[in-house]
Structures are given as structure tokens and as C-alpha cells.
Design a protein around this ligand. Structure first.
Ligand SMILES: Cc1ncc(COP(=O)(O)O)c(C=O)c1O
Ligand SMILES: N[C@@H](CCCC[NH3+])C(=O)O
Length: 440
């Protein structure tokens, strides 16, 4: 088993993260518990920064906060000098409350409401990533009302089908996101925005998908964008100041995944842009990227307590944990695969295969199939790795199961950054029916 970041096995055979014993973490904060290795997040941010710095160009690395958003995480992104991608009023609110500089916030989303647009404009965010014609209309009305000139990027779909799960593909023509290049929609949007007094068109955006292990898709998308830019240059005399090529850089969930260094994506994208800039003869744009998973994914580990067990002779041994699809929807949604170990007995030999079930009333609530483990005991601690992206972020209260707590660990210390939900929290929005009220 390959451990990530600062994770090690200590002399007691306990998994330790950030210099903190996970057995102690489970005792102190309870389970299920998300544990984030802060040093690993900083390391990933630095890998991106170093790669860009070598090229001497303008750039922004915008953390895609949909992967994991909370006040502490946004503050960590700010400490690391990142920009921020938000996709909703809720993510924007979190960023603003966290004190994130609004001018480095980019607002995404395929159906931004008027209220969200007002919120972003009032805050003075860095740009709106415009997704469709209806949004242009809302932005225009709001900008006029407030007398603003709004910086915008246009989200395009370049027609690239990256090798990943269908539900996390986004760059293909038949997508709910963005303006299609081929049908002329993107050009029409540019015509609407380019000389408009209330807009400042910064440039173009595309995002081809998520959990991508090759640079080919990014190279192809960049080339397609430049074919388009070449036409814009000839017809409108326009070339973009910014090219945002999205996120989607792959991480290791299991031994089947072989991620390439983050610098490879950056280098290949920048080389391609430089070549294309030379080819069509325009100024080098700033390059922006939007990594989510690759910044926080493998920095997250979930700790669960093992409870019930069921053996079906000659078929399967099930072990149930105190969480499941309510804190990690990815296996149920994408058949995503994970690895795990017994965090309190990490040095012991595996005896056989166990399938890890969640506690929700749903047959599909299985976290891991056929995981090799030592003979487990009730109360053992299971650590599931690489749960930092789209884990807590997609958590839910199915079966009225409270969301777990989240801790940051670094340099031998832990800090609670999201409190565990209580039953009172679950009921905090409930109201009794009228009759019950009048009868009481
Ligand atoms: C527009 C956009 N940017 C960035 C991301 C972040 O992707 P990832 O977490 O794979 O880096 C996504 C999610 O796929 C996205 O839709
Ligand atoms: N939620 C997806 C990726 C996000 C896609 C966002 N466009 C996942 O867990 O893999």
C-alpha cells in the first residue's frame, strides 16, 4: 500500500497523518472523520506554482472549491496564493466570509441566478465565467442597474472527449456547459460581449473533464481554441488576454491509477499555447487553470469505525462502517474505487478480502469491494484514502445521518475545521405541522 504525503505507520502500527496518530484523532473527534494533510495540499499548490514560474508568463491557479469548500480550506488556498473558482452563491459566500480577496474569485455555473449575479457583482469578484445567453442577459441588466463594467470569460466546449467517467466529462459538444465552438454559439456570444460598454471580455475558458491522466486532451483542446482564436483575430481583430484551460488533473485512488506529475500538465499546456501564439502571431495570453481534485484529493483520509459484519460462506464477507454514501457518494455515483487499511493495526498481515458497506438503507451503499485486511474486530478503525475531493463536498443527510467532522493536521497538531453535525442540526430547519402547533 502506497501512502500519501505525510502519512506513515508509527511504532505502534498506527496510521499517522501530519505527525498525528489517527487512533488518537478518532478518540478525540469521533468517527467518521475526514482528516486533511495540510502539508500535502501546500505541496501540490507549490508543484503547480513552480511549474508556472519556470515559464515566466502571467498565470493564475484557481482552486476549484467545489472539490472541498469550508472557511478553513478557503483560507488555506489564500495562504498559498491561489485564486478561487466558485460555482454557487453558497461557495461564494463561504469565500467572502473566509476573507478571500474578491478580485481573485472566478464565478462559474450553468444557471447562475439573478441573486447570485448581484452578489458577485456587489462583491467585486475577478470575473464571471459566462456559460449561456440567458446569463449574458442577466449580467447585462445587473451591470446596467449598478453602472458596472463586468470582467468576463466565455466558457466554451471545444468538442474534446477526455477518457473519464461519462458523468464527469464536460468538454464534449453535447454538454450542458458552455458555448459550443463548432455550431457558432461561442462566436455569437463574443460578438455580444466584445464591444459592449458593460463588459470587459478577458478571454476564453474550457474544461474538458475530470480525473484525466494524459496531457493529450489538454493539448487538443488548446489547439482547437487557437483555431477559433485565429478566426476571431481575422474577423474581429480580437485575441484573448486570458486563456483558462480548466482543471481535471488526475490523482491516485488505487494502484490502478498512475498519475503523472502536475508539472507535466502545466508544461504541455504552456508549450502548446506558445507554439500556437507563434503560429497565429498574437500576444501570449495569461494562462489560468482550475485544479480541484489534484490539490485536495489525496490529502484527505476518512476514518471509520468498523461495526457489524456478515459472512456469506464461499461468497463474501461484509464489514459495515459508521458512514458510507452519506459522506462519500462517489462509489455509488461513479463506481469509484478506493483503498483502505486498518488504521489501528496497520502493520498486521492481511488475512482475506472484506467488502466495506456503508450504513445507509441502500444496497448500493458499498464503499469498497474486496479489500484485503487482517481479520477485523468490532471497533477497529478503517482508514479510506484519497477522499479529500468531492467527499465531504457531496456529503448528504440521507437516512438523517449527520455529516462527519473535518480536521486539518499539520506538524503534529490537529485542528477541527468543520464540526460534526448533531441531531439538533438535522432538525434545525424542521417545523411541526400546523395542527400539531394549534393542538399544543
Ligand atoms: C469548470 C470546472 N473547473 C474545474 C473543475 C475541477 O476539476 P478537478 O477537480 O477535476 O480538477 C471542474 C470539475 O470538473 C469544473 O467543472
Ligand atoms: N464530482 C466529480 C467531479 C466533479 C465534476 C465537476 N465538473 C467527482 O467526484 O469525481
Amino acid at each position: 500500500m502506497q501512502l500519501h504525503g505525510t502519512s506513515t505507520i508509527d511504532h505502534n502500527g498506527h496510521l499517522s497523518i501530519g505527525g498525528v496518530d489517527t487512533v488518537q484523532l478518532a478518540k478525540r473527534y469521533g468517527t467518521p472523520l475526514f482528516v486533511y494533510d495540510v502539508a500535502l495540499i501546500r505541496q501540490k499548490a507549490n508543484e503547480f506554482k513552480k511549474a508556472f514560474d519556470q515559464h515566466g508568463i502571467g498565470y493564475q491557479i484557481a482552486y476549484a472549491s467545489k472539490a472541498f469548500s469550508c472557511i478553513a480550506m478557503i483560507q488555506l488556498a489564500e495562504e498559498e496564493g491561489l485564486s478561487l473558482d466558485v460555482v454557487s452563491g453558497g461557495e461564494l459566500h463561504t469565500a467572502l466570509v473566509a476573507g478571500f480577496p474578491p478580485e481573485r474569485i472566478h464565478f462559474h455555473g450553468n444557471n447562475k441566478s439573478l441573486a447570485e449575479i448581484e452578489m458577485g457583482m456587489k462583491a467585486g469578484i475577478g470575473c464571471f465565467v459566462v456559460d449561456n445567453f440567458y446569463e449574458i442577459k442577466l449580467l447585462e441588466e445587473t451591470a446596467k442597474k449598478h453602472g458596472k463594467i463586468v470582467p468576463v470569460l466565455i466558457r466554451t466546449t471545444p468538442g474534446i472527449e477526455a477518457h473519464t467517467h461519462d458523468y464527469i466529462l464536460t468538454g464534449q459538444e453535447d454538454s450542458k456547459f458552455g458555448f459550443d465552438l463548432k455550431s457558432g454559439q461561442a462566436e455569437k456570444a463574443i460578438n455580444q460581449l466584445l464591444h459592449h460598454p458593460n463588459f470587459r471580455l478577458l478571454g476564453l475558458h474550457c474544461h474538458i473533464g475530470s480525473q484525466i491522466f494524459e496531457t493529450t486532451g489538454f493539448i487538443m483542446a488548446t489547439k482547437k481554441l487557437f483555431v477559433f482564436i485565429e478566426r476571431l483575430k481575422a474577423q474581429l481583430g480580437y485575441t484573448p488576454d486570458v486563456l483558462n484551460v480548466g482543471g481535471g488533473f488526475g490523482i491516485r485512488y488505487t494502484e490502478e491509477d498512475n498519475p503523472i506529475p502536475l508539472s507535466h500538465y502545466v508544461n504541455d499546456i504552456i508549450h502548446t499555447v506558445k507554439e500556437e501564439v507563434h503560429r497565429i502571431g498574437c500576444e501570449m495570453p495569461e494562462i489560468w487553470i482550475e485544479p480541484g481534485r489534484s490539490l485536495v484529493g489525496d490529502a484527505g483520509t476518512t476514518l471509520y469505525t468498523i461495526g457489524s459484519e456478515k459472512t456469506i460462506p464461499s461468497i463474501r464477507q461484509y464489514l459495515a462502517v459508521d458512514g458510507g454514501m452519506t459522506d462519500n457518494l462517489r462509489p455509488a455515483l461513479y463506481q469509484a474505487k478506493y483503498e483502505g487499511i486498518l488504521a489501528n493495526r496497520a502493520n498486521e498481515k492481511n488475512s482475506s478480502l472484506f467488502s466495506i458497506a456503508g450504513k445507509a438503507c441502500e444496497s448500493g451503499d458499498m464503499l469498497i469491494w474486496d479489500l484485503p485486511l487482517p481479520e477485523p474486530n468490532h471497533g477497529d478503525l478503517l482508514a479510506v484514502f484519497s477522499t479529500g475531493a468531492y467527499g465531504y463536498a457531496m456529503s448528504n443527510n440521507y437516512n438523517r445521518i449527520p455529516r462527519p467532522a473535518v480536521v486539518f493536521v499539520e506538524n503534529g497538531e490537529s485542528q477541527l475545521v468543520i464540526k460534526r453535525e448533531t441531531y439538533e442540526d438535522l432538525l434545525s430547519h424542521d417545523l411541526p405541522i400546523k395542527n400539531a402547533l394549534t393542538n399544543s
